[in-house]
Design a protein around this ligand. Structure first.
Ligand SMILES: [Zn+2]
Ligand SMILES: [Zn+2]
Length: 374
């Protein structure tokens, strides 16, 4: 079918909207009518090739919510008309060893995310678009997606909230619930207070952490951190962040720390602000060659201090997203305040540029911005 999508004609920052041909979904795929796609910084990195270079036109957009428009012959989870969110995370098969041990991320039977592969979109000049950052393309009127990427959205959950839950929020919030596993009263610090860091703060608040220390070099982000539940803020430009975190925690350091930004130096200081028996969880990262943590001594780990990491919040998609929807409904978590501006598909370039300038979470309404959210 013909549909309009946003694509980068060549790897880079320039994005255009044009009509392309979308192939039919395969047997385990659905075709989604995309309603909203929120912008993640990964989309920008993917378009510009920072997540890996690609040749030819590229598509992106991976925080997707919409309506099932067509189902492949072997799809069983959804039917035409269902409201869903579509995530990069796959629901595992439930049968293989990683799935049975609670790690559906490593499922052996559902195809993993494949980046920089051919998308089902063909331009009028015959060029096949490359899917730069997900198994689906959300900056489009329609996309095909494997059914394992879908979670049904409750009727009272707006599409834009579904989109925000599909990646950015779960990366921070899920990491705290699934990896940190904080006990009430334990101390917590997050380094980096962008969307992922603020979601981690919400996870710490929901888990009963105290104190919750936000660390960032931008005061505006620290102000936001307080709104989402931080009890203390630390700006490393104004003080020795490690010393300050230790001062707040009576000299011990925090029981749990999360690093929500890239950079080796930041990981070293986060490790230092973590208590001897504490746990540091890494979310933010850059190219592997830049991030060997070779200067952690064995002695540090003998004290029981541990280092782990989390990708996409280590979530179990259809176990965790329904919980998050319920927490949203009951006002336990705040997603609305994370949404910055709303754009239409035709304003995609503006929306991406605004995100790059630091907007927390922009929403693209594929079919135009509805009156009620303007
Ligand atoms: Zn994302
Ligand atoms: Zn499996």
């Amino acid at each position: 079918m013909k549909c309009r999508i946003a694509l980068a004609p060549r790897m880079g920052r320039e994005v255009v909207v044009e009509e392309v041909e979308l192939a039919e979904p395969s047997e385990y795929e659905v075709r989604l009518k995309v309603e909203t796609c929120t912008i993640c910084h990964s989309d920008i990195h993917a378009f510009t090739g920072e997540h890996g270079e690609y040749e030819g036109p590229g598509t992106a957009g991976h925080e997707i919510a919409g309506i099932v428009d067509k189902v492949g012959a072997k799809v069983t989870y959804v039917k035409v008309g269902d409201r869903v969110l579509c995530s990069e995370v796959r629901q595992g098969c439930g049968q293989c060893e990683p799935c049975m041990k609670g790690h559906p991320w490593f499922c052996e039977n559902i195809p993993p995310m494949s980046f920089r592969v051919a998308s089902p979109y063909t331009r009028s000049n015959g060029e096949v678009c490359i899917q730069t950052c997900s198994g689906a393309s959300g900056f489009a009127e329609y996309t095909n997606a494997h059914e394992a990427m879908l979670v049904k959205l409750d009727d009272d959950i707006p599409f834009e909230i579904g989109s925000a839950l599909a990646c950015g929020f779960m990366s921070g919030f899920g990491a705290v619930l699934n990896r940190c596993q904080i006990k009430p009263g334990e101390s917590f610090a997050v380094v980096g207070c962008g969307g992922v860091g603020l979601s981690a703060i919400q996870g710490a608040r929901v888990s009963g952490a105290i104190p919750i220390i936000a660390v960032d070099t931008m005061d505006s982000k620290l102000e936001a951190a307080v709104k989402f539940g931080a009890t203390h803020t630390v700006n490393p430009k104004k003080c020795d962040a490690v010393a300050e975190v230790k001062r707040i925690t009576n000299g011990y350091g925090v029981d749990h720390s999360v690093v929500a930004v890239a950079g080796k130096g930041l990981k070293k200081s986060t490790f230092e602000m973590t208590a001897m028996y504490g746990k540091m969880t890494i979310i933010g990262h850059e190219h592997p060659r830049n991030e060997f943590l070779g200067d952690i001594s064995a002695m540090d780990l003998l004290t029981g201090k541990s280092v782990t990491g989390s990708v996409m919040g280590a979530v179990n998609l259809r176990r965790d997203i329904p919980k998050y929807m319920d927490m949203y409904r009951r006002g336990v978590i705040d997603i609305d305040s994370m949404l910055t501006h709303r754009f239409s598909l035709d304003q995609i370039q503006e929306a991406l540029d605004d995100s790059e300038r630091g907007a927390l979470k922009n929403v693209v309404y594929i079919w135009g911005i509805p009156e009620e959210v303007k």
